[in-house]
Each structure stands twice: as structure tokens, then as C-alpha cells.
Design a protein around this ligand. Structure first.
Ligand code: PEP
Ligand code: MN
Length: 355
């Protein structure tokens, strides 16, 4: 249930409603929007209906949330959420691009890629230090050393970093280095991990499970939100279907569907969504045209030698060409690419301290 307060209501009235909800055994989530203040009340609805909350000063009306995901739903919050990752807004008017290698392989490889994606106009740098590989015999990632290299690239290029965390125990460590915690498709329903990420102060990029419905995906987001972390970015990365000509089937329906159901930003990963570099450019264009708030793309200076996902990695020149096209697609659908911060570490340092 949502308690909608009258516009211009004073703080005291809001505090009294929150106290009453808590006394009734509800979790109260305050949301102070531009238009008005609303309080999300999670708990037994019949208790609330009997409590005549409408009679309290400042209360305008009670609105039931029909969806099973509450905090993630548009019914709870009409305005779109803008998640700030190291100062870069995701979910506003600007389209953002996160780019980098599948995995951090070495200092040289990461710095070369970071330089290339920065030059191409990327807003953030991606790179896995803990890799969820399908085979235990393949490269598993550089772990903490990889995180240190990512942090160094952030300082050098002024790019916030997005990197995967695979277990609840590793959240604290990864959050020390990363600007945004990526939760991978294989972990979308690792509820312990979701809860731990929800307790962290870092934004969370939540990939859709490869066999998850949009509702299950939003329920996973709800786990993070319900722990008090409201900074969740949803990421469509392709699902399993009967089709075998691509690695996954990129479900672009999910973009407008998720945006209709939820106020959270939605980005798309056409690298894992297609599994082939040649398909990444057309599907990136399509994702932006479909209303995605951003993209996450794999880029490698030498895809033929990549330790993971080389087949689907763009080369730096491919990436540069794509970025030019994306600006035109964004404009065609009434948006623009998010302006890029100038190179250099200064503003990143200020942002790290402000977090
Ligand atoms: C990745 O981003 O490198 C990755 C492993 O993604 P996913 O979880 O979508 O497979
Ligand atoms: Mn990958």
C-alpha cells in the first residue's frame, strides 16, 4: 500500500504517519518526490485498511500496489529513478555507455582498453575480476589484483567502474573498489547475494537471469531495494530460447515492459545478448531506439587473444563507429548521449569522497 501525502505537507505529519505505520508492524519507505511525498507501507494490507490512516493529518489517500514487487514498481514511484554511478546519471535524459573487456586480464590490457573506450566516448568502464565461467577449467579472473587495476584505471581515465560480485562474502571487498556492483545472470536469484548488495552503499547493476521472467527479475530487484539500497539498474542481457543461431535471444521487449512496470533504469547488454561481435552494433542501435537508458558493451584491443568472450567483443574502431551512430539514434528518439566528463582524475576523486 502507498500512503500519498497532500502536497506541501509538513515534516511532522509525515513523521507521525511513519510512526503509526511502524507501530502497526509495517516497514515504511519514505519517498520524497518533486511533486509530493509518498510512503510505501509493506505489510498486511487488511491491517492497514482497518487502521483508518486516511483520517491522519496530511494524508490524501491510500493506493494499493497490485504488483508483487512493491518498491520497484511504478505504482510505488511514478517518477523514473536516476541512479548516479560515480557521478554519472543513469536513467535520466542522457543515454550512457559502459564499455570494457569481459575480464581484466592484465594491467596493460585494461589500460589499453580503458584508453580506447574513453577516447570513443564511454561514460564508465566495465571489466570482470571475478568471472562466473561455465567451465572450471577456463580463466577465472584476476580477483583482488583485477580490482586494483580497475581502480587505477578509474583514477587515470576518470571512468567509474562496474565489476561483478559473485558471492555475498565478496560484496564488501568489491564495494571497496567498484563504483557499481554487477550481479550476473547466473546469480540473479542468489538471494543472499542480493540482500548483501542491498546492504551495500554502492549502486547495483542487476542482470536479468537467462531464464527469468520480467516479474522474477523485478522481484530480484526488490530484494536489493528492500534492504535499503534504492540504486538499482536493471540490465537485459538475453534469455534462453529454442533459437541456437545466437548465444542468447536479446529480449528487447523487456526494455519497454520493465520501464512500464518499474521506475528503475533499464540498460541492455547486446554483447552477451547476441554472442557475436557483428551483431552487437545493430542490436545496440535497436536497444537505444527501444528506450534503453544505456548499454554495457564488451570491447577488447585484440579480441582474437581475449581470455574470455573474444567472439562477442568489439574492437576499439568498431566501438568508435558505434558511438557515432548511437548519438544519432538517441537524437532520433528524443534523447541524447549523456555528456562525457573531461579526462583526468580530479572530479573522480571528489566524487569518491562524496559517496
Ligand atoms: C559479463 O558481463 O561478463 C557476464 C558474465 O555477464 P552475464 O552475467 O550477463 O553472463
Ligand atoms: Mn563476458
Amino acid at each position: 500500500m502507498i500512503v500519498v501525502m497532500r502536497s506541501g505537507v509538513d515534516r511532522e505529519a509525515v513523521r507521525a504517519v511513519v510512526a503509526r505505520l511502524e507501530a502497526l508492524g509495517f516497514a515504511a519507505h519514505l519517498s520524497e518526490g518533486k511533486e509530493r511525498t509518498v510512503i510505501g507501507a509493506i505489510g498486511d494490507r487488511s491491517v492497514l485498511e482497518a487502521a483508518s490512516l486516511e483520517a491522519m493529518p496530511g494524508v490524501e489517500r491510500l493506493v494499493p500496489i497490485r504488483q508483487p514487487f512493491k518498491l520497484a514498481s511504478r505504482e510505488f514511484q511514478r517518477e523514473s529513478t536516476v541512479v548516479k554511478v560515480g557521478g554519472v546519471p543513469v536513467g535520466g535524459d542522457g543515454v550512457v555507455v559502459i564499455a570494457g573487456p569481459c575480464a581484466v586480464e592484465s594491467r596493460e590490457q585494461l589500460m589499453a582498453t580503458a584508453a580506447a573506450v574513453k577516447a570513443g566516448g564511454a561514460h564508465m568502464l566495465r571489466g570482470g575480476a571475478f568471472k562466473p565461467r561455465s567451465s572450471p577449467y577456463t580463466f577465472q579472473g584476476m580477483e583482488e589484483e583485477g580490482l586494483r587495476i580497475l581502480a587505477e584505471a578509474r583514477e587515470r581515465f576518470g571512468l567509474p567502474i562496474v565489476t561483478e560480485v559473485m558471492s555475498p562474502e565478496a560484496v564488501e571487498l568489491v564495494a571497496e573498489y567498484a563504483d557499481c556492483l554487477q550481479i550476473g545472470t547466473r546469480n540473479m536469484q542468489n538471494f543472499q547475494l542480493l540482500r548483501e548488495a542491498g546492504r551495500s552503499r554502492r549502486p547495483v547493476l542487476l542482470k536479468r537471469g537467462m531464464a527469468a521472467t520480467v516479474q522474477e527479475w523485478l522481484m530480484a530487484a526488490e530484494y536489493v531495494l528492500s534492504e535499503g539500497n534504492r540504486q538499482v539498474i536493471l540490465c537485459e542481457r538475453g534469455i534462453r530460447t529454442f533459437e541456437t543461431s545466437t548465444r542468447n535471444t536479446l529480449d528487447l521487449n523487456a526494455v519497454p515492459v520493465a520501464k512500464e512496470l518499474s521506475h528503475l533504469p533499464v540498460i541492455v547488454d547486446p554483447s552477451h545478448g547476441t554472442g557475436r561481435a557483428a551483431l552487437v552494433t545493430p542490436l545496440s542501435r535497436a536497444a537505444v531506439a527501444a528506450g534503453a537508458d544505456g548499454l554495457i558493451l564488451e570491447v577488447h584491443p585484440n579480441p582474437a587473444e581475449a581470455l574470455s568472450d573474444g567472439v562477442q567483443s568489439l574492437t576499439p574502431p568498431d566501438f568508435e563507429r558505434l558511438m557515432v551512430q548511437l548519438a544519432r539514434v538517441a537524437e532520433a528518439v528524443g534523447r541524447q548521449m549523456e555528456p562525457v566528463a573531461p579526462a583526468g582524475p580530479a572530479q573522480v576523486r571528489v566524487r569518491v569522497e562524496a559517496d
